[in-house]
Ligand binder design. Structure first.
Ligand code: ZN
Ligand code: ZN
Length: 322
């Protein structure tokens, strides 16, 4: 499924097979998660994607050929981080997520809304056997970004999650397994997502417009809504922090300095490192993380994006491709 230009529907197409470069593997895609970032690219909110483009950066696939790391037939996952330079100051300091020249899957590189894909073997992870293809896909971005955000949150007993979709419902499971308490905020009136949060064990679930029943230590904002920044700052205690986890957010409105005062911290989380991937996949089976997935056929990718845009997906959307 090809994106020819932003704000145009994905188109079904036959593409020529790519030549493999050194260290690249050819993959047979089994499943690919549908991430909010795909929607931002599709809708022209993220600029200068490769065009035409195959979206998709939560790829679960088997290796067909190429590279040296994986035997043919091995099942691997391909995340958003598709290539880094290895030499810039960020790469050299363990912050490859900030690499100046990073290339991203399904944005700078063709991704997984396809029957086949090509990836750099150094950026592929083995998928634990206990996970089905559809279950594993959301771990590769929603899970990873959630995990990285939670690391950034540090020690926090009372964790607020603004936006309870793919990432929110996965990070809630990790946080609860660590003994934290979770407060889930959804779009006003989204009772299905609130019910999902309670079912998973959240201490409280409600509309993003309401105040939590007690002060939060940390809030993570997954929703791409800048208005939530002052709302979340108001909900966290002195010394607490607000972590913005989305790649795109509408403008943050002006707010009084009082909301930041008291040593509150406001920060963002960008992309992932390969270390995040290894750690999260090891953790996933231990928790164990169970993603709520709604499965679509590859040719229904545009429909899946529509449903995500209108807030009708509860949990994560996944394209099944095998
Ligand atoms: Zn670099
Ligand atoms: Zn993503």
């Amino acid at each position: 499924m090809v994106l020819d230009a932003p704000r145009s529907p994905l188109r079904e197409a036959e593409l020529p097979r790519l030549e493999l470069g050194p260290g690249q593997v050819r993959l047979r895609v089994l499943a690919c998660g549908v991430c909010r970032t795909d929607l931002h690219i599709r809708d022209g909110e993220l600029h200068e994607p490769k065009l035409p483009l195959v979206l998709g950066h939560e790829i679960v696939a088997t290796v067909i050929e190429g590279g040296r790391t994986f035997e043919p037939g091995r099942r691997v996952g391909v995340p958003w981080l598709g290539w880094t330079c290895g030499v810039c100051r960020y790469c050299r300091s363990g912050n490859e997520n900030l690499c100046d020249r990073a290339r991203f899957t399904g944005y700078d590189l063709d991704g997984g809304y396809a029957e086949e894909a090509v990836a750099d073997e150094r950026f592929c992870f083995p998928i634990p056997d206990s996970y089905s293809d559809a279950q594993a896909a959301p771990l590769l971005c929603a899970g990873l970004i959630g995990y990285r955000s939670l690391q950034r949150a540090g020690v926090a007993e009372r964790l607020g999650l603004y936006g309870f979709g793919a990432a929110g419902h996965i990070v809630a499971q990790i946080a609860l397994s660590e003994g934290r308490r979770v407060f889930a905020f959804t779009r006003p009136g989204d009772e299905d997502s609130q019910a999902l949060a309670r079912r998973l064990g959240a201490a409280w679930a409600g509309d993003s417009t309401s105040a939590p029943p007690e002060e939060l230590d940390v809030a993570i904002i997954f929703a791409p809504v800048g208005e939530l920044v002052p709302v979340a700052l108001r909900a966290v205690r002195k010394g607490g922090s607000v972590v913005c986890a989305g790649i795109h957010m509408s403008d943050v409105p002006q707010f009084p300095y009082d909301l930041l005062w008291g040593e509150r911290t406001l920060c963002s989380v960008a992309n992932l490192t390969r270390r995040d991937g290894t750690e999260l996949l090891a953790l996933a089976s231990r928790v164990p993380i169970h993603a709520e997935v709604e499965v679509f056929a590859l040719r229904d990718a545009e429909y899946a994006l529509d449903r995500l845009r209108s807030g009708e997906i509860h949990g994560a959307a996944v394209l099944s491709i095998s």
